[in-house]
Design a protein around this ligand. Structure first.
Ligand SMILES: *Cc1c(COP(=O)(O)O)cnc(C)c1O
Length: 404
């Protein structure tokens, strides 16, 4: 026992495999123990045979590992596997989705630069764009992401980055990624897309023209509510020019344990997303027929205002459904409090179905007018559909609606 076992699939052969197969076999680094399941390398550092080898490794002439803040075999497997799915040249994992967003922005910006971002962003992303970046002399403009003319109008000679999320939280509005990418590139800017809500199974922003894709792997990639992690996917050039040194020197590294959980999560991602999405489709239709429910928002329903765009840029409507319960905040609270299978939580992408009331939680800090501008009403509820039987979810929801 001294050498690693022979891998029968070459990298080129793996790249030809279908996505589901790549998510099981991609990126494997087998140790000399020939383990079936990917190994968890809980190590901070690595030993060198000789001083010469250490020197060569630091110079970049020897491809091994140096320190887990830089890279780790378990983390590298997770990164390689997700890059294969996404169709990105490289991926880098981080400690959380927010570490990924913050690093993707800071690594490429400097004082004097300008950022254009869609207004409908995850709350912490709004903080980074609106409050953090300006402290360091980066100016920002927020636009209605669905309005292509607004993106164009916001461009200045200093614009370096466009940033968006699609579908948006919680109103499931879509931004035309290909069209915004064109505007960004004509302005000499890069487009960063937060692809959490669509998941890598249902939307491929890089194929649509995005330069950088970020994930909170905390959501569907883990999928069972255990660990936090994030991922940045980009070109080799962007990694070399901007990201690599930033990550190595500032240290938002993921724990190898968390990376291992995410790596194993990728193996079942297609099954989980398919199942949750099938239930979300069924629930959206059933909810639309309920008396005490007003608007139902789901990107793959024909009544979604951007249904055509959804069909064009997504491969499915996703695992979230947003709807309005009669009676405003009081009605929504009565409904949430009566649910038993579906639990109240601001998280999403879990095996367990989770419901949240955005106006009083995730979007509480916005003034009522700002919420109205974002389309978030007091009766609005966001449902992240899990892996339970869809009929149990339906029964739970119908029973809770009786209290409204
Ligand atoms: C959760 C989430 C994030 C942040 O991810 P963390 O892993 O919680 O840091 C960013 N963007 C979106 C759209 C999210 O849903």
């Amino acid at each position: 026992m001294s050498e690693a076992p022979t891998e029968k699939l070459t990298a080129a052969e793996i790249a030809e495999l279908r996505p589901d197969t790549r998510l099981v076999h991609g990126g494997i680094l087998r140790s000399p123990f020939a383990e079936t399941s990917e190994a968890l390398f809980l190590t901070q550092g690595y030993v060198y045979d000789t001083a010469e080898q250490a020197e060569a490794r630091f110079k970049g002439d020897d491809p091994g590992f140096i320190y887990t803040r830089y890279s780790n075999p378990t983390t590298a497997m997770f990164e390689a596997r997700l890059a294969l799915l996404e169709g990105a040249e490289v991926a880098r994992a981080t400690a959380s989705g927010m570490a990924a967003v913050t690093s993707a922005m800071l690594c490429q910006l400097k004082a004097g630069d300008h950022v254009v971002a869609a207004r409908a962003l995850f709350g912490s992303c709004r903080y980074v764009v609106e409050e953090l970046l300006p402290r360091f002399g980066v100016t920002t403009t927020l636009v209605d992401g669905t309005d292509l003319a607004a993106w164009q109008a916001a461009v200045t000679p200093e614009t370096r980055v466009f940033f968006l999320e699609s579908p948006t939280n919680p109103t499931l509005e879509l931004v035309d990624i290909a069209a915004v990418a064109k505007i960004a590139h004509a302005a000499g800017a890069r487009l960063v897309v937060d692809n959490v809500f669509a998941t890598p199974m249902l939307q491929s922003p890089i194929a649509l023209g995005a330069d950088i894709v970020v994930y909170s792997a905390t959501k569907h990639i883990d999928g069972q509510g255990r660990c936090l992690a994030g991922v940045i996917l980009c070109s080799q050039q962007f990694l070399t020019d901007h990201l690599q040194t930033f990550l190595r020197q500032t240290g938002p590294s993921v724990s190898p344990f968390n990376a291992w959980v995410m790596l194993k999560g990728l193996e079942t991602l297609p099954l989980r997303v398919e199942r949750s999405q099938a239930s979300a489709v069924a629930l959206a239709d059933r909810l639309a027929g309920e008396a005490k429910i007003g608007k139902v928002i789901y990107p793959y329903r024909a009544d979604h205002p951007q249904y055509e765009l959804a069909k064009r840029q997504m491969r499915g409507g996703g695992t979230l459904v947003t709807f309005e319960v009669d009676g405003g905040k009081a009605g929504a609270f009565r409904f949430l409090n009566q649910l038993k299978v579906v639990r109240i939580s601001n998280n999403l992408g879990d095996a367990k179905s989770l419901v949240t009331h955005p106006a009083t939680t995730t979007h509480q800090r916005f003034a009522p007018e700002a919420r109205a501008e974002m389309g978030i009403s007091d009766g609005m509820v966001r449902l992240s559909v899990g892996l339970e039987h869809v009929d149990d979810l339906t029964d739970d929801i119908r029973r809770a609606l009786k209290a409204v």
